[in-house]
Design a protein around this ligand. Structure first.
Ligand code: SF4
Length: 308
C-alpha cells in the first residue's frame, strides 16, 4: 500500500475518521509482516479513498430513505426485523464500512428515545427480531447494552435478538467479567428468547486466543456465534485465504454465515472484487472446504440480500 504524502494524509484526515484499537495493534504486532499488513490495510487510510468513483455513494444500501427509516437509528427494510443502530463508535474504522456516513464520516446526528422504538415495535407485532448494529454496539457501556436488550426482550412479540460486532477480534476485552455476569442474568430471566452474535471477521489471522475464549464462554451461556466476512481485494480475495478463515471459524466454534460482496460506499472502490471473480473464487472455495463450512455469497441492497 502506497503511503499517503503529508498533503494527502491531511485530506484523508479531514474527510474520514481513523481508529485502530490498541488491542488490534498489539495483535498485529504478533503476526508476520505479510499477515499484519493484511489485517491493518482494512483500517489504514489510503490515497485511493480520495477518488470519487461513479456508482459509489455515502449510503449504498439507501438505508436513509424515508420509507425504511422510521427513526434516526432504525432501519426497517425486512417486514419481520429491524436494525437498531446503537452508536457511531467502533474500536476500528473499516475503510469500506457500509455505514461510513455514520462511522468514518460521522459528524453526529439525532438519536431516538428507546421508548419510541419500543412503541414502534408494539404497534407492529409482526416484527419478531431486533438486530443491534451501528457502529459497533459493543462500544456502549455494558450496562446500557443489557438494559436495551432487556427492554426489547420484555416485548412478547420479540423472540430473537442479535448483536453484530467486530469487537471479538478488535477489542475482545469488551467481553468483560461484567459482560458475562450480566449475560448470565439475562439468560436466566429470558430463557425462551434467542440471543446470538454475528461477528465480522475477514481473515483467519484476525482471530486470537482471547477471541476464541470469548466464543467458548458465549457457548457456555447458550449464545451461538456466527460470522460474516466482506470480500476485499488485496485482503481475502483468494480461495486459500478464505478457506483458512472458514476452518479457523469452525474450529473456534463460529458458524460461517455470509460472505458479502462489497457495498459500493464512497472511497472503497479499490477494495472491490468483480462479481465474475467473486463467483470464480466461491466455486474454488467449494473444492477446499466441506459444504457445512460455506457461507452464503451475497450482495446486499435496499431490497435485501441476493445470492450472487
Ligand atoms: S466495525 Fe463495523 S460498523 Fe465499525 S467501521 Fe467496521 S464495518 Fe463499520
Amino acid at each position: 500500500m502506497k503511503e499517503p504524502t503529508p498533503d494527502e494524509k491531511a485530506l484523508l484526515d479531514a474527510k474520514f475518521r481513523t481508529r485502530i484499537a490498541p488491542n488490534l495493534r498489539r495483535h498485529a504486532a504478533t503476526l508476520s509482516k505479510k499477515e499484519s499488513e493484511l489485517v491493518l490495510k482494512q483500517f489504514m487510510p489510503a490515497v485511493e479513498e480520495l477518488r470519487d468513483e461513479p456508482g459509489f455513494s455515502d449510503d449504498p444500501l439507501h438505508e436513509d430513505d424515508r420509507d425504511i427509516h422510521p427513526f434516526p437509528d432504525v432501519v426497517h427494510n425486512y417486514s419481520t426485523k429491524i436494525l437498531y443502530l446503537t452508536t457511531d463508535e467502533c474500536p476500528v474504522y473499516c475503510r469500506y464500512c457500509t455505514r461510513k456516513r455514520r462511522t468514518l464520516l460521522s459528524k453526529g446526528h439525532k438519536t431516538s428515545a428507546l421508548q419510541d422504538v419500543v412503541g414502534y415495535l408494539r404497534e407492529r407485532p409482526i416484527i419478531n427480531e431486533v438486530i443491534f448494529s451501528g457502529g459497533d454496539p459493543m462500544m456502549l457501556p455494558v450496562e446500557d447494552i443489557f438494559q436495551r436488550l432487556r427492554t426489547f426482550m420484555e416485548l412478547p412479540s420479540i423472540g430473537f435478538m442479535r448483536i453484530h460486532t467486530r469487537a471479538l477480534t478488535t477489542a475482545p476485552a469488551l467481553f468483560s467479567k461484567k459482560f458475562f455476569a450480566l449475560l448470565e442474568s439475562l439468560r436466566r430471566d429470558f430463557p425462551q428468547k434467542a440471543f446470538h452474535f454475528v461477528f465480522h471477521i475477514n481473515t483467519a489471522v484476525e482471530m486470537s486466543t482471547a477471541a476464541r475464549d470469548v466464543v467458548e464462554k458465549l457457548a457456555a451461556h447458550k449464545v451461538r456465534s456466527y460470522a460474516q466476512a466482506v470480500l476485499l481485494k488485496g485482503v481475502n480475495d483468494n480461495a486459500e485465504t478464505l478457506a483458512a478463515l472458514l476452518k479457523e471459524l469452525v474450529f473456534s466454534g463460529i458458524q460461517p454465515y455470509y460472505l458479502h460482496q462489497l457495498d459500493r460506499v464512497t472511497g472503497s472502490a479499490h477494495f472491490e472484487v468483480s462479481d465474475e471473480d467473486a463467483r470464480r473464487l466461491y466455486s474454488e472455495l467449494k473444492t477446499l472446504v466441506p459444504v457445512y463450512m460455506l457461507p452464503k455469497l451475497v450482495r446486499d441492497s435496499k431490497q435485501g440480500k441476493t445470492p450472487l
